[in-house]
Ligand binder design. Sequence first.
Ligand code: UDP
Length: 315
Amino acid sequence: MKKRVLITGAAGFLGSHLCERMLAEGMDVVAMDNLITGDMRNLEHLFPLPEFQFYHHDVSRFVHVSGPLDYILHFASPASPIDYLKMPIQTLKVGSLGTHNLLGLAKEKGATFMIASTSEVYGDPLVHPQTEDYWGNVNPIGPRGVYDEAKRFQEAITMAYHTFHKVDIRIVRIFNTYGPRMRLEDGRVLPAFFSQAFRGEGLPVFGDGSQTRSFCYVDDLVEGIHRLLMSDYCYPVNIGNPSEITIKTFADEILALVGNPKAHIIYKELPQDDPKQRQPDITLAKKLLGWEPKVSREEGLRKTIGYFRERVLGE
Ligand code: UDP
């Protein structure tokens, strides 16, 4: 029997890659997005497919989908710090009300429900690398609180529906991910650095650049998500690439890769509550799913550079 999946946030960076993957797995895809940060260009190529349907809808309002659903993947949310600073209420609503609506739908349809959780549930972590059993260090009223707490609530309500309504759930905690279809202006470090490098301008390193992140190529992430979905594990799993670097080193790597002699590093103020370090412990994903990332940062950046060159320079 053909499976049918609802993907929210489908016009976004991860959502659009997930639509492609689920179609490739032979599923019918119902895509949903309110397009506040999504971009229809990410989905245009899928519209001719009879297996693909798109609904322009905000999942913070009641969600109706006719027909059966086997899976619901809730990936809708503003997801970069400047986006959720600009849209704090929508961020809180899609994580809370949106998740509640979609859990109701999952219960009604008997669908497996997956949420896109995040390394942000660990806040500015005091445990390094982060394991799934770490409870985190989050400032609820800081600027990032709207995202972090929405995602923490999302985990809580999803687990409650599992416990009390026996909804089959999956919780993927996604660490920094990159690849084609990231929005140029989303303020995240990779689009910011690539844009400025191609324009021959200053790459804005926040603080002294000694804070660390661990970047995962999107294809690796999607593979991990698919394996988790197909498993029967109802607790959080970290999916990310453990290769950790400082933001200053990352800027140097992008400068070297783009090779624009006019580009250079500039330093800007570190945003409030910016996590000092972040690295996934993926022991659980390895054991449970036989998953680990395959694409090195060098290879992943090479796969991504053409997309940014075209978006910035129109070539
Ligand atoms: N950052 C930076 N310059 C930028 C954007 C981000 O130096 O133009 C830093 C930011 O302070 C953080 C890291 O890069 O330490 C990753 O930021 P991003 O917004 O990509 O994601 P986060 O992991 O903070 O959610």
